[in-house]
Design a protein around this ligand. Structure first.
Ligand code: DX5
Ligand code: ZN
Length: 217
């Protein structure tokens, strides 16, 4: 099965988001990645409900929302109403993840658990049966356009081995600095889903870049 691509609109054109969504809609990407940041959990603020609503009304792809905010559980219902189909919440700073992940699924969305580069897989083992996808950050969250942390490739392989040993079937998503060079290593390590912002939207032919990320081996 080929890898799922989730272009991140954080690198899109904020003066003409429709243009960025047209690119995604007419591409081979199956998901669209929406980064919500509150300026507290991460040192940056991105966008919130009105933008998510507009994106989900127009975009034909799976709406993949990555929450980089404090106490994300305050907003699960509102996010679902705004069109989110999947929510990824961070391990870091959240105290009741087992409950939160179940609540996301109860609301009919896919539940993702996101890990910062510092967080080891051993710490989250107990949560893995409760998730639909594991989001491994390959940069420190907060900004697009950062350099890929190479150690993530090993972490993907570890996650893939853990998944097999526990007989689970969550998917492994990688987010941050993903490009046409590291995508091959990530895929062979076991990644199923690649988020890509700058690599897609700063390229001269975004649709072609998406196709390459998806098919290059
Ligand atoms: C970073 C975000 C990423 C970001 C990826 O905090 O979570 O999703 O948009 O952008 P690139 O691909 O440019 O690193
Ligand atoms: Zn993200």
């Amino acid at each position: 099965m080929s890898v799922v691509i989730s272009p991140s609109i954080l690198a899109g054109n904020f003066l003409n988001l429709q243009q960025s969504l047209d690119i995604i809609n007419s591409s081979e990407a199956e998901w669209v990645h929406v980064d919500v940041m509150d300026g507290v959990f991460v040192p940056n603020i991105s966008f919130g409900f009105p933008v998510l609503k507009a994106v989900s009304a127009y975009c034909t792809k799976f709406i993949d929302v990555h929450l980089m905010i404090e106490q994300p559980n305050r907003y699960f219902s509102m996010l679902q109403e705004a069109g989110a189909q999947g929510l990824s919440i961070h391990f870091e700073g959240n105290h009741h993840l087992h409950r939160d992940l179940a609540e996301i699924q109860r609301l009919g969305m896919k539940a993702g658990l996101a890990l910062n580069p510092q967080t080891s897989l051993d710490t989250v083992k107990e949560l893995l049966p409760s998730i639909d996808h594991l989001l491994l950050m390959s940069v420190n969250p907060g900004f697009g356009g950062q350099k890929f942390i190479e150690d993530t490739v090993k972490k993907v392989a570890q996650a893939s081995a853990l998944r097999e040993s526990l007989a689970l079937n969550f998917t492994i998503q990688v987010d941050g600095g993903v490009n046409s060079d590291n995508c091959v290593r990530l895929k062979s390590a076991g990644a199923d889903n690649l988020v890509a912002g700058s690599a897609v939207f700063k390229s001269t032919n975004p649709q072609e870049t998406i196709a390459k990320l998806k098919t290059s081996i």
